[in-house]
Design a protein around this ligand. Structure first.
Ligand code: NAD
Length: 289
């Protein structure tokens, strides 16, 4: 299948390479020459503009930094430029409102479109083991599913347009909340004279058990290997967690949803990022707590 791929950064680079590996004809574009060179090495054909990449494409995949860029790229280079009948898959993490707006414009112009944000970081993008949360009509989902399967291990239909983004930000808000809760509990245990490993042994088989504790422990040397064991390098950057929490707060505002814990988590990550820690894995917030 001829697939245009726009946005070949940390995530998109590996995803485009996996589509090429699966036998697709990948028509790649990025503003960065380095990213284009890497895509070429990985078996993609490269183009000088998004518009040129979209010509002849049966599907368009995008993995871009934010909603404003996604809106812009689809308006100027994708909608009306890709052949009639193409299917669009935006895998970027963006706000729900923009995802619904872009999808509506694409649908009005006769295309099928899904929002398909991912769970999993750069390693999962490279390894083809991402989880995709997909919003769009049943028809759009059916068309997008085999393309997403070539880049991931799980593809889940979350409902209509924008619901993929809704699932992503609700999930990441919950992740931030239980990470902070886990950090607080470990810090307090230490202050009360309880050894971290002992607390882990007890809590990981008790009612406090959660993913941040047993799969991604913020305390070095405790639990399975995680970014805390390498000075909080790699993993999921605090800056990206803050981006997702801001999107969650915006969506909560629009939907009139009460999110007191999410709001507190967002404010703690604002403080942590503001102190120059945006490049550290999000579990490093234990240092501040
Ligand atoms: P990145 O900054 O590494 O990559 C973005 C790429 O988009 C860059 O190469 C940039 O040159 C390109 N770009 C920007 N504007 C463009 C335009 N107009 N046309 C073409 N290319 C353009 O970011 P990333 O880490 O790959 O993240 C991409 C998306 O994935 C974001 O929405 C992010 O929130 C989401 N995400 C990232 C991670 C992660 O761990 N990095 C995890 C889950 C989701």
């Amino acid at each position: 299948m001829k697939i245009a791929f726009i946005g070949l950064g940390n995530m998109g680079g590996g995803m485009a390479a996996n589509l090429a590996k699966a036998g697709h004809e990948v028509r790649a574009f990025d503003l960065s020459q380095d990213a284009l060179a890497a895509a070429k090495q990985a078996g993609c054909e490269t183009f000088g503009s998004a518009r040129a990449a979209c010509e002849e494409a049966e599907a368009v995949v995008s993995m871009l930094p934010n909603g404003a860029i996604v809106r812009d790229v689809y308006r100027t280079d994708v909608i009306g430029q890709a052949p009639a009948g193409a299917v669009f898959l935006d895998c970027s993490t963006i706000d729900v409102a923009t995802a619904r707006e872009v999808s509506e414009r694409a649908t009005e112009a006769g295309y099928d479109m899904v929002d398909a944000p991912v769970s999993g970081g750069i390693a999962a993008a490279n390894g083809g083991t991402l989880t995709f949360m997909v919003g769009g009509t049943g028809t759009a989902f059916k068309r997008a599913e085999p393309i997403l399967q070539a880049m991931g291990k799980a593809v889940i239909h979350a409902g209509d347009a924008g619901n993929g983004q809704a699932a992503k930000i609700c999930n990441n808000m919950l992740l931030a909340i239980h990470m902070i809760g886990t950090c607080e509990a470990f810090s307090m245990a230490e202050k009360l004279g309880l050894d971290a490993q002992t607390f882990y042994d007890i809590s990981s088989v008790s009612s406090g058990q959660n993913w941040s504790m047993t799969s991604y422990c913020p305390v070095p040397g405790v639990g399975p290997t995680s970014p805390s064991d390498s000075e909080y390098q790699g993993g999921f950057a605090s800056a990206l967690m803050l981006k997702d929490l801001r999107l969650a707060m915006e969506a909560a505002d629009n939907a009139d949803a009460a999110v007191p814990m999410g709001a507190r988590a967002a404010s703690l990550y604002e403080d942590f990022n503001g102190a120059g820690n945006g490049g550290l894995d999000f579990s490093a917030i234990i240092k501040m707590l």
